[in-house]
Design a protein around this ligand. Structure first.
Ligand code: PMP
Ligand code: GLN
Length: 384
């Protein structure tokens, strides 16, 4: 009999990180920082463990952390979610995405995803018995080539559409939704029963003075949405796997039914540490955009000394490069070749698509790295 996930193999992130290790390549593939987490966060974690916070947390998250998330959300987006009824702490954004999909998607329901999209979306939809309906990103005149075309998305809606998934800032492209996108999205969903899942894990990594259009800023949208974020991105600790979901009470109630039997609760001492960090050092997330913008600008300038062509990056910590001047290999083959022969690991875009555009020659490089790491990568890329 067919397996439950016939299309799924090993994720591209695992594949490329293994290949990078084998070939001692500079790993700009899988997205993770190679610098330290804030000292206060490590100290707070240590203190929490020594203070005995080592047993199960309340399933929905430590009350102090949910209160801190509510206050931070109000500071950032002018809307304060109810910490008891609307916020659930999860083991990373990945768990939250899985729980939200399983909370509302039934057998045969359609879920619209916008390609290229993060690779954990479709397997979760499949396991729930849903059908992923892929709509390509890209509209005329969009700065990155990965902005949504709302008329195409509208045309994909059917009576079976249960959910629409968006991601801003976007992995892998860095594209961001603007105010006009929000207006079109709002009009599209009005008078439908479609639930919105907004993946906002890169919410604080936005550049050039742009405003992150969180769904939480917009009443009509947030009343039908799961909004998901991750402390892994904001606090340079992707291995801690703590995230959260904000949704109105009725959606949260369904979400928590899945969450409580999936993981029940999330690593307790880290929750105390994040609560302290959010309250004591709001400057950390307020300045994260500037921190990463300096890395982006320096890396882009260096890339201009290579034959790779950098695309615009409005947000997030990934740089797409067009390698068509260097090679006519498809993206999977090129990234493998680059890792094995040039010692720089990158991520191809094709695994993020149902049907990758023919002839697309793009690779993703992560710039969440120390200057020395990026300098070494650039020195190797200059030999292309
Ligand atoms: N969504 C996107 C767009 C991501 O890039 C990531 C992390 N790579 C996740 C979700 C998952 O986040 P977490 O590591 O907190 O599970
Ligand atoms: N989110 C990370 C990325 O896009 C990878 C996370 C993972 O390895 N699952 O690179």
């Amino acid at each position: 009999p067919e397996t439950k996930l016939p299309k799924v193999g090993t994720t591209i992130f695992t594949v490329m990180s293994q290949l990078a290790a084998e070939h001692r390549a500079v790993n700009l593939g899988q997205g993770f920082p190679d610098f330290e987490v804030p000292a206060r966060l490590v100290e707070a974690l240590d203190r929490a463990m020594r203070a005995g916070l080592n047993q199960y947390a309340p399933a929905h998250g430590l009350p102090v952390l949910r209160a801190a998330i509510a206050a931070k959300t109000e500071r950032c987006y002018g809307h304060r979610p109810d910490a008891d009824a609307e916020i659930t702490v999860t083991s990373g954004a990945s768990e939250a995405i899985f729980d939200a999909i399983h909370a509302v998607v039934r057998q045969g329901d359609e879920v619209i995803v916008l390609d290229p999209c993060y690779d954990c979306y479709e397997p979760a939809i499949d396991l729930a018995g849903g059908i992923a309906v892929h709509v390509p990103l890209g509209r005329d005149g969009g700065p990155t080539g990965f902005e949504p075309d709302w008329s195409r998305i509208s045309a994909a809606i059917t009576p079976r559409t249960r959910m629409l998934m968006i991601n801003t800032p976007h992995n892998p492209s860095g594209a961001m939704l603007g105010a006009d996108d929000i207006a079109q999205l709002t009009a599209l969903l009005r008078d439908t029963g479609i639930v919105l899942l907004s993946d906002e894990v890169y919410e604080h990594i936005v550049f050039d003075g742009a405003r992150h259009e969180s769904v939480l800023r917009h009443r009509e949208l947030r009343e039908r949405a799961f909004v998901i974020s991750s402390f892994g991105k904001t606090y340079h600790c992707t291995g801690w796997k703590v995230g959260y979901c904000i949704a109105p009470p009725a959606l949260t109630a369904e979400f928590r039914k899945v969450h409580q039997y999936n993981t029940f609760c999330t690593f307790t001492p880290a929750q105390a540490a994040f609560a302290e960090m959010i309250e004591a050092e709001p400057a950390h997330y307020e300045q994260l955009g500037a921190f990463y913008q300096a890395k982006r600008d320096r890396f882009r300038e260096q890339l201009l000394t290579t034959r790779l062509k950098p695309l615009p990056v409005p947000g997030g910590y990934f740089q797409l490069v067009d390698y068509s001047a260097v090679s006519d290999l498809d993206d999977a083959a090129f990234c493998r070749w680059l890792t094995e022969h040039k010692g720089v690991a990158a991520i191809p875009l094709s695994p993020f698509y149902q049907a990758p555009p023919a002839g697309q020659r793009l690779a993703r490089l992560c710039f969440a790295k120390n200057e020395a790491t990026l300098d070494e990568a650039i020195a190797r890329l200059q030999t292309l």
